[in-house]
Design a protein. Structure first.
Length: 171
């Protein structure tokens, strides 16, 4: 499954179907990433993004079905821990295979990750709707340059201890 193509096709189709060309979907990268990961896991192209709060995918692993939530960057994590597994990518690169940049957490590992930051400030924030998000973190000088570098270092240190989607699903 070519997850780079899935992400880019989704983004292209969203912009091409936008008749006025004026509105921008702030979450389009995360949505494209979700479709790519779901496509990779199911080995068929996913067409629609799951609604917030709905299980993203229920694959069979070692003969048993599990619930998976797919999260990116600083997106809403309010319902993530209701799933058995969470797939997380801190910074989506639409020109790199999704399965190689996403990391798999069990629910317990995810909760440890969310609650394990001991640096200055808070790891999470609550938006105006009362939904919890990972606090904004530094990515590069052109992408969130003034956000927390300490949070970015913490995320990186945890992610590189976790299996990628490709590793987890043995492909």
């Amino acid at each position: 499954m070519d997850t780079i193509k899935v992400m880019n096709d989704y983004i292209d189709s969203r912009y091409n179907n936008n008749a006025d060309g004026a509105s921008y979907d702030d979450g389009i990268i995360g949505k494209a990433f979700e479709l790519a990961i779901r496509s990779y896991i199911s080995n068929r192209t996913a067409k629609k993004v799951k609604a917030q709060g709905k299980v993203d995918i229920k694959p069979t692993v070692n003969g048993k079905r599990f619930t998976f939530e797919i999260k990116t960057a600083c997106g809403d994590i309010e319902t993530a821990s209701k799933n058995q597994y969470i797939i997380y990518c801190a910074d989506v690169d639409i020109d790199f295979p999704a399965e190689q940049q996403a990391y798999v957490f069990s629910r317990e590992q995810w909760l440890d990750f969310i609650n394990g930051y001991t640096g200055r400030g808070s790891f999470t924030r609550t938006d105006s709707r009362g939904h919890v998000h990972i606090q904004s973190f530094y990515v590069s000088e052109s992408k969130r340059p003034k956000a927390s570098k300490a949070i970015a270092r913490y995320i990186e240190s945890v992610l590189f201890e976790m299996p990628t989607v490709e590793d987890f699903f043995n492909r």
